[in-house]
Design a protein around this ligand. Sequence first.
Ligand code: IPE
Ligand code: IPE
Ligand code: MG
Length: 228
Amino acid sequence: MSLKHIAIIMDGNGRWAKKRHLPRLLGHRAGVKAVERTVRAAADFGIPYLSLYAFSTENWKRPQTEVKGLMSLFRYYINKKVLELVKEDVRLRFAGRIKELPKDIQEIIHEAENETEKGQRLQLIVCLNYGGRQEIVDAVQKLLKDGYKGEVTEETIRSHLYLPDLPDPDLIIRTSGEYRLSNFWLWEGSYSEFYFSSLLWPDFNKEALQEAILSYEKRDRRYGGIQR
Ligand code: IPE
Ligand code: IPE
Ligand code: MG
């Protein structure tokens, strides 16, 4: 069964740190290592699109120190990884309300997108200040701003989403034993398959990704039709 796009809700960094009596930020740092492993694994498994939920529009509610720490991590990591991603033929893209992020991060993001633009092996989509409801609101706002007067269809909405050319996620994985969407890919995920892993995100690895893929391959996607 075709598997083009895997989306991951990377959850459990805080609990991973807590278990070790470490500050939450060290959990996020360990989470970055899991990102690196997972990107490599997805490329090895021939998955063309991988999207990662890194920061939700609701995550601003966290203590300022944590938010700041996460922003520094994004700043450092994106900058540091670009050359490596170019070498590995990976295209990096971002989805979310980018304009609300600190200015220097916006610049880093645009640079990273430009520099990795030719990547063919894997598209890595980082959802940063992303919210599914906000994405739909933003799509409608764009339509209104464009003065769109035609009939509004699914395609009209879709073509105004953050990344209109991105195929819908076939599989959404959430780690840390939580069973909810937390405002991720609301429009795009309407027919996604779900896989829940009890691993905390910093412990996620290639084997765990493979298990999720194997589980996906056994599914029967009916899209409202009948079993084939
Ligand atoms: C996910 O880990 C990372 C982000 C939301 C940025 P959490 O920070 O939510 O970890 P838990 O859920 O507190 O364990
Ligand atoms: C979802 O995790 C957001 C990201 C992984 C970036 P949260 O930890 O923020 O979700 P809730 O609050 O438990 O629903
Ligand atoms: Mg969490």
